[in-house]
Design a protein around this ligand. Structure first.
Ligand code: FES
Length: 513
């Protein structure tokens, strides 16, 4: 299965691309166009189709190409935004609603697995959160108390299921895990059985609206009354570009030398935190451990993140073999909760974004909320997750920080020193942004010495992209668009590729002077 980078995830490797079955009828006006075939898009589409809506999914690549294929697939009642933070920023009643939504999401996944008899290794697991120093312990106690007030089942534990030191630990029963790609591909098949249409390699571009939306795509036009963007940030420049910040996380799946795989979801309290869990795939157990997150485009030598992760893993476990390593992208919302609902300034256009590191849970929450909004016109969760809510003041510092990052990319990195000499220095597999005849170019030399050159100015809002050496991609630090070495879009919100430059032609012209 193709994915949004050069590394291979445990879920995508050895999984063939999904082949849609149902024919697209260009003259149809669909009730709802869902953009994106990750867990959010596919679950939403299935919920809507089941409720009698006529839906079409447009996916720029293949189902599971992006974060659903790169997730570690934890289904959690505890979230990255802790319940004490949610209580203080949104109030106690809303903290209860968020807790209720996480339970509903885990239940929906469990129900789907049972109803459709999906062989995706779904199982309920305890989740453990543990502290290693006094400051973290104080924080842990606050989290536990607020979680209990919100209605989350949690108790202190005398043990943790991994061989690490700890000061205090809490156990959250009935969290869950699964194989995310097997799950979403099964849901996609059920969606099609109900008459839904799924179009792959179909990049959605601009649209017009009259009686309905006429949406341009790379495969022609799609007509629909409503649009759901299940693409993380909705494409184009909009308010969500400034409400969410892109991050990358690093993961390895490995086998232990002496067995004893932890049968739980485990998290420490570092910033960024490390996460651990076990999943059996094709009869083999894998321990999955991740962390070392950073803002997208802020770390060029991403292989270093893998080296740090491996050193961390080896400091805790006796490793037999490291079988997979990959990285993935997620978006942090400025106030801690996702934005789910009708877009600010976009009538009949819906969005679900800002899931932090809880994409499987909150993607499923999004499907619940969006399907209720689009079928009943209301949802008990619509206010707390409102896509047009005003951010609580408590998060103002975060907002300023993200904004400064965006601005500095516009005005800071545009005026870098000339780097033409780096052109000659590129080794196979290396990349650099250089200046050639006054024009900046992003250059990559592949393993057989061919140069791939693109304009490094991101078409989304004109920031400069930076190199990601582990995934062999050009990543934009402003809003997280990512492009392959030839400029093709891997991740939005950019709607258009980086402009490709014909390097050979440039060299010929240079030689003729
Ligand atoms: Fe917004 Fe690149 S993603 S400028």
């Amino acid at each position: 299965m193709k994915r949004d980078g050069a590394t291979f995830s445990l879920w995508q490797e050895n999984t063939p691309d999904y082949v849609p079955q149902n024919r697209f009828e260009p003259e149809n006006v669909y009730d709802i166009l869902i953009v994106g075939a990750g867990i959010t898009g596919i679950t939403t589409a299935l919920q809507l189709q089941k409720a009698g809506k006529k839906c079409i999914i447009a996916e720029a690549h293949n189902p599971g190409f992006g974060t659903t294929g790169g997730t570690t697939a934890h289904l959690n009642t505890l979230l990255d935004a802790t319940y004490d933070q949610i209580e203080s920023d949104f109030g106690k009643e809303n903290a209860k609603l968020v807790a209720q939504a996480t339970h509903a999401a885990i239940q929906l996944v469990a129900d789907n697995v049972q109803t459709y008899n999906i062989d995706c290794g779904f199982s309920y697991k305890d989740a453990y959160l543990f502290s290693q120093e006094a400051k973290e312990t104080k924080e842990l106690e606050k989290i536990v108390e607020a979680s209990q007030r919100a209605g989350i089942e949690v108790e202190y534990s005398d043990t943790i299921p991994i061989p690490d030191t700890f000061d205090k630990a809490a156990r959250f029963p009935r969290n869950a895990q699964f194989h995310p790609i097997k799950y979403i591909l099964a849901l996609a098949a059920e969606f099609e059985k109900l008459g839904g249409v799924l179009r792959t390699n179909c990049l959605v571009q601009e649209f017009e609206k009259d009686d309905y939306f006429i949406v341009n795509t790379t495969l022609g036009q799609i007509r629909a009354h409503k649009i759901v963007y299940a693409t993380h940030l909705p494409p184009g420049v909009n308010v969500y570009s400034f409400k969410c910040a892109p991050y990358r996380s690093y993961v390895m799946a490995f086998q232990l030398a002496e067995g004893h795989y932890p049968e739980a979801l485990v998290y420490d309290m570092k910033d960024p935190y490390h996460y651990h869990r076990t999943q059996e795939v094709d009869g083999k157990p894998y321990l999955i451990v991740g962390g070392f997150d950073h803002k997208t485009g802020h770390e060029e030598h991403t292989q270093k993140s893998f080296r740090e992760l491996e050193a961390y893993i080896r400091s805790i476990y006796k490793v037999h073999s490291i079988d997979y390593k990959w990285s993935s992208q997620y978006f942090e919302p400025i106030d801690g909760l996702p934005y789910i609902g009708e877009m600010t300034g976009g009538k009949d256009i819906y969005v679900a974004t800002g899931f932090s590191g809880n994409g499987m849970t909150l993607g499923t929450v999004s499907a619940i909320v969006l399907s209720e909004l689009l079928t009943k016109g209301e949802s008990v969760y619509e206010k707390v997750f409102s896509a047009s809510r005003i951010k609580p003041m408590a998060s103002f510092t975060n907002f300023v920080k993200e904004q400064v990052d965006v601005v500095s990319q516009f005005f800071g990195k545009r005026f870098r020193a000339e780097k033409l000499e780096e052109l000659a220095d590129l080794a196979p597999g290396d990349a650099a942004v250089v200046t050639f005849e006054g024009e900046k170019m992003a250059l990559y030399k592949d393993d057989i010495g061919n140069l791939h050159a693109v304009d490094p100015v991101c078409p989304h809002a004109k920031c400069f992209v930076g190199w990601n050496d582990a995934e062999k991609s050009w990543d934009c630090p402003c809003h997280g668009s990512r492009f392959d070495v030839d400029g093709n879009i891997l991740t939005g919100p950019a709607r258009h590729p980086l402009q490709k430059i014909d390097v050979e032609l440039l060299f010929v012209e240079e030689a003729e002077k």
